[in-house]
Design a protein around this ligand. Structure first.
Ligand code: BG6
Length: 486
């Protein structure tokens, strides 16, 4: 929908780690799509920076190869790729040494937006931030963009924040959680705050519980070494699921401004009760030789969880008495992510004599993040046909692809986020105190696993819905998980 595209200001984007996996898979294809759609002003530039001794021409070829491999879409044309290549520059740089910084400085123009995207391991963040500042390359208006993991625990996140803030102001720092760039995640805010229908019901009086599921069908093969030090709690819950929880539970901000939104999210995190070990189920996928988690992690004694389910309580007036159940894992039956809001049953069932207590199916609002992004509301209706008053469940169903076909190819989360960096809009980025609050909540939970009983994750079969303990966690409360891949 070209008519909706508003070009962003002219920019110089320096991409550290430009030859790495994330850059090739996500960042460069996302930049290309935004360029292709007409969002770049003509003189904008992308400057690759990494250790590899490459010429500009070699970098341009590498990017073209990456686009052929990872930039999907029928509109990928050689002409567009060639035009995009003219925006690409390259400087070999030693992030921890002196080489390359002077050359980088000569590439940058004084009067355009300057953004530094650190697609590198977090151990390099402090050095690069300090260099950018000490060389004068970072101006007071420059932006610095950081990828997760943002710390391993509260202490390391605080140290990272301190190192960044020694060189940049908070309003220059863009901490990426790519879940915030997903269309449906943003839609959660539109659904809640642009409609009057839901807000009166959005509280413990009307909502029985909420289930947030991020299920993945792939395992950790190829990245087991990183993952084994993290586990599902650090890799997914502390960041992505926490963001989904915050957007579902937060109070309406007074304005849609970066700090108003983030203030409300921080209040949710600070309202979370500590989670008792018995309210958590941890699992690890088994499998034939070579395919079990421990083989993928190359650690035969690993006690890291590849699955976690937990019951979380938001202890405030809106939510007291309405638990949030979070669940995420690898090697599950399907790749499926959703937020399911279960409403309470009507206070009195006038159909009980005809249908029995189970006649009412219960309203469930499901916000599907992937696949088939959309929203479904389960309702109870009369079972059509003669023979008395029988009830049955039926869905009001909306997928974005069907409702808005003209929107075309779904935007990758990174496309939105990178353009927001150039626009200078931090709403969809995590603030330093938000990250720290999430670690302050997660740390004691992780520490609680170090006793014998809770340290060993329960094994589950690949292609299942996770370990038995996760089911029991729900059954104990008289509830059931929604099926995965049903
Ligand atoms: C990443 C995690 O942040 O998110 C991965 O490190 C995970 O383990 C990925 O697979 C999931 O993202 P998405 O967008 O595929 O749901």
């Amino acid at each position: 929908m070209v008519s909706r595209v508003i070009p962003v200001q002219s920019f110089d984007l320096v991409l550290f780690g430009a030859t790495g996996d994330l850059a090739r898979r996500k960042i460069l294809p996302s930049l290309f799509h935004r360029f292709q759609i007409g969002q770049f002003s003509e003189d904008s530039r992308i400057i690759g920076a990494s250790r590899s001794a490459m010429t500009q021409a070699e970098f341009q070829t590498m990017v073209a190869d990456a686009l052929h491999m990872f930039a999907q879409g029928p509109d990928l044309t050689e002409d567009d790729i060639a035009a995009f290549q003219t925006m690409l520059h390259y400087t070999p740089i030693d992030a921890r040494g002196d080489t390359g910084w002077d050359e980088l400085a000569t590439h940058l123009r004084p009067d355009v937006v300057r953004a530094f995207y650190l697609s590198v391991g977090p151990s390099l963040f402090p050095d690069i931030a300090a260099r950018l500042r000490s060389t004068g390359i970072a101006t007071p208006d420059s932006r610095i963009v950081l990828e997760k993991p943002f710390g391993h625990d509260l202490a390391s996140a605080q140290a990272l924040n301190a190192a960044l803030k020694a060189n940049f102001e908070e309003q220059q720092i863009y901490r990426i959680d790519h879940y915030l760039g997903k269309e449906t995640v943003q839609n959660l805010m539109a659904l809640r705050f642009a409609n009057s229908l839901f807000e009166p019901l959005w509280n413990a009086s009307h909502i029985d519980h909420v289930q947030i599921t991020v299920a993945e069908s792939i395992g950790v093969k190829g990245r087991g070494e990183y993952y084994d030090k993290s586990g599902a709690m650090r890799d997914m819950v502390q960041n992505h699921l926490m963001q989904l929880l915050c957007l579902t539970a937060m109070e309406p901000p007074a304005r849609f401004t970066p700090n108003a939104v983030r203030d409300e999210k921080v209040k949710v995190i600070e309202a979370l009760n500590p989670v008792a070990p018995d309210d958590i189920a941890r699992g690890q996928y088994r499998g034939p030789a070579g395919e079990a988690y421990r083989d993928h992690a190359n650690n035969p004694n690993s006690t890291t969880e590849s699955f976690i389910a937990m019951k979380v309580e938001v202890a405030n007036w809106r939510w007291a008495g309405t638990p949030f159940y979070l669940r995420t894992g690898k090697c599950l039956r399907a790749r499926e992510s959703e937020i399911a809001v279960f409403f309470r049953d009507p206070p009195h069932n006038i159909f009980a004599a005809d249908t029995g207590a189970s006649g009412i199916k219960g309203n469930v609002l499901v916000i599907r993040l992937q696949p088939d992004e959309g929203i479904t509301l389960r309702t109870t209706i009369k079972d059509p046909g003669p023979g008395g008053m029988r009830l049955t469940g039926a869905n009001l169903d909306m997928t974005f692809a069907d409702s808005l076909p003209e929107a075309g190819r779904p935007q990758d989360a990174y496309e939105r986020l990178i353009m927001d960096v150039i626009r200078g809009n931090q709403t969809l980025f995590m603030r330093g105190d938000e990250v720290e609050a999430a670690w302050a909540w997660a740390d004691p939970i992780i520490a609680g696993w170090s006793d014998d009983r809770h340290d060993i994750p329960q094994l589950y079969d690949p292609g299942s819905s996770g370990p038995e303990d996760a089911l029991l966690l729900m059954h104990r409360d008289g509830r059931r998980w929604r099926g995965i891949g049903d």
